[in-house]
Design a protein around this ligand. Sequence first.
Ligand code: FE2
Length: 352
Amino acid sequence: MERKRKILVVDDEPHNIVLLEGILSKFGHEVVGAENAVVALDVLDRSFDLVLSDVMMPVMNGFEFVTKIRKNEETQDIPVIMVTTLSQRDDRLKAVEVGANDFITKPIDIFELKIRTESMLKQKAQHDEIKLFQADLHEMVENRTLELRQALAKLDKAHVDTIQHLCAAAEYKDEETANHLVRMAEYSRIIAENIGLDKKTVHLIHTSAPMHDIGKIGIPDSILLKPGTLTAEEWEVMKRHATIGGNILSMGSSDYINMGSVIALSHHEKWDGSGYPNGFSGEEIPLPGRICAVADVFDALTSRRPYKEPFSIEKSLDIMKDGRGNHFDPQLIDIFFENIDEVVEIQKSRGD
Ligand SMILES: [Fe+2]
C-alpha cells in the first residue's frame, strides 16, 4: 500500500486549519497543523511532502517562513503552496521570489485544492525517486570503484610477486641470497627517498632494484660460479650480464620491468665513465642505475662472496668514500652517508 502523504498546514486562523485538515484527510493524506510559522519550522522535517502556508501571519510572515524552509538543507526540497486572497497579487510574486511553488486562492475551492496539492505531491514523489536513484547510483559507483582499486592492488601485488620470484630464480645458482636482493633494494630505497624523489618513483626503484643482476642467467656456470679470480677474458663475459639483463627486460610493458631494464643495464656504469657496458659518465648514467650502483657495491663489500670474506662496515665505508666522484655520483654517496644508520640497521637485520 502506498504510504500516506504528509502535509503541514500553517495558518493563524484555527478554523482554516480545521477546514484544510478535513479536506486533505478525506483525500487520504496525513495532516499536521501549526498556528504560526515558528511552530511550523519546529515540526517541519524531511518526512513532510508538502507545506500549505498562509501569507499574513503574526510572529513570522509567510515569506520569511518560505525563505527559512529553502535555506535549511533538510527541508529545502519540500514544495510549498501559499494560500492567498485574490487581492494579494504582489504577494504572489514575492512568494515566487522567495521560493514558493504554487498558490491557492482563499476562499478555498475544494476542486482547485485537490488539483494543486496532487500535482505538487506528484512532483515531490518524482523528485524523491530521482534522489533515491542518484544515491543508489552514487553508492554503486563508489562500491565498484573500491572493487576496481582492490583488483588493481591485487594485480600489482601479483606482478611484484612474479618479479621477486623471477629475481630469486635468477640468483638461485649464484652464491648471492634472497637477503642480498632485499638489502640492495632497501639501500636503493633509502637513497631514492632521501634525494627527494616522489613516492611512486621510490616505490618503482625499490621494487625493480632486485632485477639488477637478472642477466647473470645468461653467464656460463664455469664463470659465474668460479671460486678464484676471473681471467681477463672471463671477466669480459661476466660483464655481459648488464647488457643481457637490459635486453631481457627491454620488451616489458610494465613500469617495474622498464625500470628493471634501466637498472640492469646501468648499475655497473661509473660516474667517471670507466664503468660498463656503455662507459657512460655523470648524469648520462640514468639516476636509478647510479643509485643501485651505490647500493650494490656496499652490499657486495659487506657480504661473503666466492672470492672474498665480508669486509667490516668500517672498511666497506672507507672504500665507498674513496669511490666518491669516480665510481659513484658524489651527491648520492653523500646522501648514503647521511643515512648510514638506517643502512647499517638493514645490513644487520637482513644479514646472511
Ligand atoms: Fe651486477
